[in-house]
Design a protein around this ligand. Structure first.
Ligand code: C5P
Length: 236
C-alpha cells in the first residue's frame, strides 16, 4: 500500500490518581514497565513504521529507544519531554515525527492491552474518513447528577466510551493541533479537536479490555490481566 504510519505514545502524565511516586508509565506491571507493555501491544502487529515516545521531563533516558521497542521492527524516532497538558504532549510528539508520515496514531501509555487487529482497523478507517477512534458501548444506565442527586437519566444508545489508539491523516491532525494550541484549553482526546473542526471521526468497535489504567483498582485489574495474558502467550 506504500502508506507510512507513525505513532505518538503519550506517557508524560504524572499519574496522580494512582498515588505512586514514580510516573505511571515507568511503574512495573507484572514484571515489565507499563510503557514497555503499551508499546509492545501497539506495535506487535507490525503496521507502525516509527514511534515517538513522550515522557515527563527528566525521564528521557529511562525510556531508551532500544529497550522499549522490544526488538520489534519499528524505528523509535525520538523520546521527547512532554508538556503540562496532554494536548501539549501530543503536539510536542507530532513535531518529532518524520515528514513522510501519512497516518498518525496517538496512543495512551496507560493502555497496555490493545486488542489484536484494532490498529489495522483504525489505520484503514483513518485513511478512508480522516479520523478514527476505538469505541465501546456503555453497559450501565447513565445518570446526570448534581449535588449528590440524580437530575435525569441520559439515553445511552447513542453514547460510547472513546479509547486509543486514535488515528488521523497527518495533515488534518497537524491543522487540528495548531487550532488546539491557539485555544489554550486541554482536550482529553484528539478526536475532540477534530470534531470541533467538522472533520469526520469514524467509530471502530473495540473491547473493554483496552481500558486505561487510572486508579489503584485499575492497576490491580491490569496486573491480573497482564499475568493471565502472559501465561496464555507462553501456552501457545
Ligand atoms: O491523565 P490521563 O490518564 O487522561 O492521561 C492519558 C495519557 O496521556 C497518559 O498515558 C498520560 O501519560 C498522557 N499525558 C501526557 N502528558 C500530560 C498528561 C497526560 O502525555 N501532560
Amino acid at each position: 500500500m506504500g502508506r507510512h504510519v507513525s505513532a505518538i505514545v503519550v506517557a508524560a502524565g504524572r499519574g496522580e490518581r494512582l498515588g505512586a511516586d514514580t510516573p505511571k508509565a515507568f511503574l512495573e506491571l507484572a514484571g515489565r514497565s507499563l510503557l514497555s507493555r503499551s508499546l509492545s501491544s501497539l506495535l506487535m502487529g507490525g503496521q507502525v513504521d516509527e514511534v515517538v515516545v513522550v515522557v515527563p521531563p527528566g525521564f528521557e533516558e529511562r525510556a531508551g529507544p532500544a529497550s522499549e521497542c522490544n526488538g520489534l521492527p519499528v524505528t523509535c524516532r525520538a523520546v521527547v519531554a512532554g508538556g503540562a497538558r496532554r494536548s501539549e504532549s501530543v503536539r510536542i510528539g507530532f513535531e518529532a515525527l518524520s515528514l513522510a508520515t501519512e497516518v498518525v496514531l496517538v496512543h495512551d501509555a496507560a493502555r497496555p492491552f490493545v486488542p489484536g487487529g484494532l490498529v489495522e482497523r483504525i489505520i484503514a478507517a483513518a485513511l478512508e474518513h480522516g479520523g478514527a477512534i476505538p469505541a465501546v458501548p456503555i453497559p450501565d444506565t447513565v445518570k446526570e447528577g448534581a449535588g449528590g442527586f440524580v437530575q435525569r437519566t441520559v439515553p445511552r444508545e447513542a453514547l460510547c466510551l472513546s479509547q486509543t489508539p486514535q488515528g488521523f491523516r497527518a495533515g488534518l491532525l497537524k491543522e487540528a493541533l495548531e487550532v488546539g494550541e491557539s485555544l489554550e484549553q486541554d482536550f482529553t482526546d484528539e478526536a475532540a479537536l477534530f470534531e470541533g473542526l467538522g472533520y469526520s471521526v469514524r467509530l471502530v468497535d473495540s473491547c473493554t479490555t483496552n481500558f486505561k489504567i487510572t486508579t489503584p483498582d485499575d492497576w490491580r485489574l491490569a496486573t491480573a490481566w497482564a499475568a493471565a495474558t502472559d501465561r496464555e502467550a507462553f501456552d501457545v
